[in-house]
Design a binder for this molecule. Sequence first.
Ligand code: SF4
Ligand code: SF4
Length: 154
Amino acid sequence: MVAGNKTSKRLCRKASLTGLQEVADIYSWIDKQLGLHSELTGRCEACGRCCDFDAYDHRLYVSTPELAYLAAGLDVEKLRPMTTSRCPYNIDGKCSVYEYRFAGCRIFCCKADADFQSRLTEEALEKLKSICLKYEIPYNYADLASALKGRAVI
Ligand code: SF4
Ligand code: SF4
């Protein structure tokens, strides 16, 4: 199940700035955890290869609150659809939405400890899910290609 048009609209409307701030707080929490466990995070060289999901044999999963946060942060009515296997926000090998990038983008590093990444991901998802529970929004979690496919309007 993917984050749909109505769902995202409801999230934006119901969560308002408060809910979106909660997503920002979760991202800050993730960034703090990464800083506290730098021996486990690996060192990303920002080469951008893992943003091409097929080429890197990698999948990025995103949740409803994260998509709403990205759209609100970019102040756009439409999220970009995926037209290739590369994330549409990777421009010339660089992340063009770095401030608003998803939890998976923050946590994943090709050189990181896999168990640490897995634990941090699970904790982050519980927090993201709690936003949906709080605002009575269906929680959806899908790979980026599916989440954006035909669902580009927020
Ligand atoms: S949001 Fe940024 S870091 Fe995440 S996959 Fe897209 S380009 Fe890469
Ligand atoms: S995590 Fe690895 S593959 Fe992805 S951008 Fe960083 S160095 Fe490149």
